[in-house]
Each structure stands twice: as structure tokens, then as C-alpha cells.
Design a protein around this ligand. Structure first.
Ligand SMILES: Cc1ncc(COP(=O)(O)O)c(C=O)c1O
Length: 360
């Protein structure tokens, strides 16, 4: 068996020991005589799995009791519709557009009400986070929406926007559990799990209880109402059971690693290795304004498309895979999520140095 260093933006690298454990339990989960894939989601065994997963996530993120945790399906994109359908009581919401995912969420919301784009960084290919200290927040806005870490462009909100008292909704898909968060600052935190936590398809929604009501937009399907899932503890229908089981294992792994403070430290160390190299390189350069740089997604370019392609090709051959940048930015992007070991980043930088020398 040989594992590569996988710099994919998602689905992405998971902790090897989690994968091994899952493999060990594949045929017989803890004496049940079956795989977690094969068991009833109403069984006692499965109930333990989902309840433990929720408990561990609550511990990791220090989630207060007045917030519900929901394990849903449909990926993060489904939330682009569920959020306005459930939260746009006044049919008004404010969106900060800092990348393609925020833009998609904003465009989806325009179907359901007045979705205002109150700030954007599209003028410079989303390479920075706009100043959000005094935005024209709408008087009657039901919420203010952000994508906290922009997977494609490699930017991150280092400070949350001043929402002037309005509910903050955040897509944290690509920075989920990468550092501590103060949950009380948000009304809703949600993310697809396929970057830092588990298999694609599962989306975790952490929502303040008072936002979960029957007062939703007319015509909202039962399955798209948060209340349906909150009332049933994520077991209204068959949940993505195996995916949730893997998420639970990653939560245990995170606890063992020292929790989110320790993850933050580790992620800062890893990102620094790469950014420090980029800042002195004569061949490669980062594309993001330094103060807004993400710890998770690091886009960089040489400025020459042929050289970029050569680099990606040679890197792939050397076992550093999925480094090709998003088509809208070009160049390269190294996603260095929680499960990417420091050694993976060190070896990538060594490889980049060598490539630079050879191609000077
Ligand atoms: C920040 C962010 N939001 C949303 C999505 C969409 O997720 P999904 O494919 O689960 O719908 C992605 C996917 O990469 C993402 O990075």
C-alpha cells in the first residue's frame, strides 16, 4: 500500500488511523456481526454512534445547550436554499460575497426574497476579505450571510463582520474544526464535512434553537425544514448513517489530538511553512492579501501557465497530488486540512524548492 500526499480541496485527506479503524470494523462493528452500513438507523448500536458523535462535537466546539446540532444530507449546497426558506421571515437577507460559494448562496437566496449583496471582493478575483466593520446592514434583514473560509480563493474572515445585531449565518465547510470558535456569535454555523471531517454528502448544521420554527416560507418541503430534523434528532428519515459514523471517528481523533486549540496551533505551523516559502520564492507567489490568508487552502501561481502545468505534472509524479488550482484562479492550490501531516507540507516545500532551482 502506498498513500500519496493528497492536497485536494475536497473530498480531502482524512486521518489515516480513522480510515484504518473503519477498515477493521468494516465486516463486524463491535460484535454486531455487521457493518455500520448495514445496520438499522433505529438500532441501539446506531443510536450510540450518532449520539456519541453529537456529544463529542459539542465538546470540541463548546456548543451551548440552546443550539441544536443536525446531521443532514444534500451537501453544503442544499443549505443555500434551506437557509432562506427557513429564515427569511421578512424576506430580506444581506450577503457578503467573498467567493464562488458565497455567490452561489446569494444567488439561490434571491429566489426566495430580497437578498442584498452588501459587500464583495469580486473586483480583485476574491483575493481579499472586504472591510466588514460598518456595512449597510438592512434594517429588516433576517440574517447576514458569510462564507467564512473561501475554499477556492484561499481567504478567511479573521474577524467576523459587524452584523449590527442581526443573526450571523456562516458556511464553514472548509474551516470546520480547524480552530476554536465562539458559537454564541452565530445564529447558524454549517458545513459540508468532506474537507475536515468525513465523507461527502453529510452536512452538519449548528443552529440556535429560537431560529428553528414552523414559520417557514410557504411550500417549503418537509425535508427542507430544520424543525423536521431538529425535532427528530437527525433521525426523521434514514440519515447518511455511515458518513456520520466516520465523522464521529474524526471527532474522537480531534479530541485525542488535543482539541481545537491544538489543531489551530498545528494548522498555523503547517500554513507558515508554506507561506514563508512563497513569500521568499522567486518562482512561486501566493495570490491572497497576507492578512486574509486561509490556514486551510493556499493558492499560488508562477505567473506562467505552462510552468504551472509542468509543476503540477512533476509534483503528481512525485506523489503530491491534487495541486491543480481552481479553473477561475489558475495555477496551484494546496489544501492543507487538519489531517494533512506537517511532514506533508515540509516535503511539498522541499519539492517546490528543488523545482525552483531546476527551473530558474
Ligand atoms: C465553502 C464551500 N461551501 C459549499 C461547498 C459546496 O459543498 P457541497 O458540494 O457539499 O454542496 C463547498 C465545496 O467545495 C465549499 O468549499
Amino acid at each position: 500500500m502506498s498513500r500519496v500526499y493528497n492536497f485536494s480541496a475536497g473530498p480531502a485527506v482524512l486521518p489515516e488511523e480513522v480510515l484504518k479503524e473503519a477498515a477493521d470494523e468494516m465486516l463486524d462493528y463491535q460484535g454486531s456481526g455487521m457493518s455500520v452500513m448495514e445496520m438499522s438507523h433505529r438500532s441501539k448500536v446506531y443510536d450510540d454512534i450518532i449520539k456519541t458523535a453529537e456529544k463529542d462535537l459539542r465538546e470540541l466546539m463548546n456548543i451551548p445547550d440552546n443550539y441544536k446540532v443536525m446531521f443532514l444530507q444534500g451537501g453544503a449546497s442544499q443549505q443555500f436554499a434551506m437557509i432562506p426558506m427557513n429564515l427569511m421571515k421578512n424576506k430580506v437577507a444581506d450577503y457578503i460575497v467573498t467567493g464562488q460559494w458565497a455567490k452561489k448562496a446569494w444567488m439561490e437566496a434571491t429566489k426566495y426574497g430580497k437578498a442584498n449583496k452588501i459587500a464583495s471582493s469580486e473586483d480583485k478575483t476574491f483575493s481579499y476579505i472586504p472591510d466588514c466593520s460598518d456595512l449597510p446592514i438592512s434594517e429588516d434583514a433576517d440574517y447576514v450571510y458569510i462564507c467564512e473560509n473561501n475554499t477556492i480563493y484561499g481567504t478567511k474572515f479573521k474577524e467576523l463582520p459587524n452584523t449590527k445585531g442581526k443573526t450571523l449565518v456562516a458556511d464553514v465547510s472548509s474551516c470546520f474544526l480547524s480552530e476554536p470558535v465562539d458559537v454564541t456569535k452565530y445564529g447558524v454555523i454549517y458545513g459540508g464535512v468532506q474537507k475536515n471531517i468525513g465523507p461527502a454528502g453529510v452536512v452538519i448544521v449548528i443552529m440556535r434553537e429560537d431560529l428553528i420554527t414552523d414559520d417557514v416560507l410557504e411550500g417549503t418541503p418537509t425535508m427542507l425544514k430544520y424543525k423536521t430534523h431538529a425535532d427528530a434528532d437527525s433521525l426523521y428519515n434514514t440519515p447518511p448513517a455511515y458518513g456520520i459514523y466516520i465523522c464521529g471517528k474524526v471527532f474522537k481523533w480531534l479530541k485525542k489530538m488535543g482539541g481545537l486549540e491544538a489543531m489551530k496551533k498545528r494548522n498555523e505551523e503547517k500554513a507558515k511553512i508554506l507561506y514563508d516559502f512563497l513569500d521568499q520564492s522567486k518562482l512561486f507567489k501566493g495570490t491572497v492579501v497576507p492578512k486574509d490568508r486561509s490556514l486551510m487552502n493556499v493558492p499560488f501561481v508562477t505567473g506562467d501557465a505552462d510552468m504551472d502545468a509542468k509543476f503540477v505534472k512533476e509534483a503528481t509524479e512525485a506523489g503530491f497530488v491534487n495541486l491543480k488550482g481552481h479553473r477561475t484562479v489558475g495555477g496551484m492550490r494546496a489544501s492543507i486540512y487538519n489531517a494533512m501531516p506537517k511532514e506533508g507540507v515540509e516535503k511539498l516545500v522541499e519539492f517546490m524548492k528543488k523545482f525552483e532551482e531546476e527551473n530558474a
